[in-house]
Design a protein around this ligand. Sequence first.
Ligand SMILES: Cc1ncc(COP(=O)(O)O)c(C=O)c1O
Length: 399
Amino acid sequence: MTEWWEREGLQYRDGFLIFAGRQVDDLARQFGTPAFFYDGRRFTANIERLRSALDQAGLVNRYRIKYAMKANRFMPLLTHLRKTGLTGIDACSPGEVEHAISCGFSAEDISFTATSLANRDLERLTRLRGLSMNCDSISTIRRWGELGIGRSIGIRVNPAMGISRAQNEKLKYSGVNTTKFGIYREQFGDALAVARDYDLTINKIHFHTGCGYLTPQLEIWDAIVESCLWFVDQLDSVEVVNVGGGLGVPHTAMDSPLDLTRWASILARHFRNRPQSIEIEPGDYLAKDTGLLLLTVNTVEQKMETVFVGVDAGFNIAVEPAGYGLPFHPVAALRQTGNNRKVTIVGNINEALDVWYADITMPPLSEGQCLTLINAGAYSSSMASNHCMRGEFKEFLLL
Ligand SMILES: Cc1ncc(COP(=O)(O)O)c(C=O)c1O
């Protein structure tokens, strides 16, 4: 039987889960758990798929991909990415910029979009020649302007529309609720006036309105692109439109992969008669399905009507399932036989929200066995905390 999540590079073979050409059970025995493993080839394949969709839509040489390193900043992964030369970087803090530079990227490769920047952040950034700065507030435009006259900047805009997987509100960056991200139409005139005061040229319009969207959300994507081009049309100086990230991957059997052809054709249609080039800054789409989190089952016990399966790490090292309602599907490293039963998989953190997966029907699991969570390649290790002093894990890049 083929499971919904099986693909080249992640599948059962003769009862063993194989990831990036390795037996997962063997990796767990050699290196211990909890551990994240990333498949470098899958990362590259994800970039190539995106490029090919954009090329086929007629956008050859009109776009650049900037990997959103907040998704996963594991140094070997970034260094590997730099060597491929396939993408630049989207960074959101001075620390990220310097980390990217330490992995071989140059300031010119980096598009910077952040929020609530302190003066000390701005001063640190002015030292980096070639960095592409996107201001997301009038305050930032003013303070950036005060630091030196005559630079080009981008402006992050907020179209008051949002997009996310299954329209999950927690994953939206703009929409019905007013958010801190970007400048709204209502304040855009004021933003332009401040930029003029400091002789700043606006050469980029940037938007990122939410995360994890799939094919059912593409009509909204179309409307968002249209709406953001209004900002571009207020200016003669815009050379680049950064359309953010947010492209999602399937998390459950009910999700289908994002229809990239349709996604790219929407972009191509909007940019057909425009001179601007496009930047895309995906994190999830490139990194998420490259990662597997290996855990060990330590407890299997029925409490009342629920069978709990306890594992050796909790939501603090991968917050998306508990924090954003994004399920990480559990897969046993050795294919189990026996009658399926409903279980709830939980971690080792003393918090009620420390549930990896509630009420999932699976073949029997036993104590001591290796269990993996798929889709752990983005916003997991990069967001991990040491809550309960259980923040330890290992990370490996497989090439
Ligand atoms: C400005 C910006 N760009 C890109 C991204 C990447 O988003 P995703 O990983 O959903 O593609 C984010 C995520 O928070 C972001 O804030």
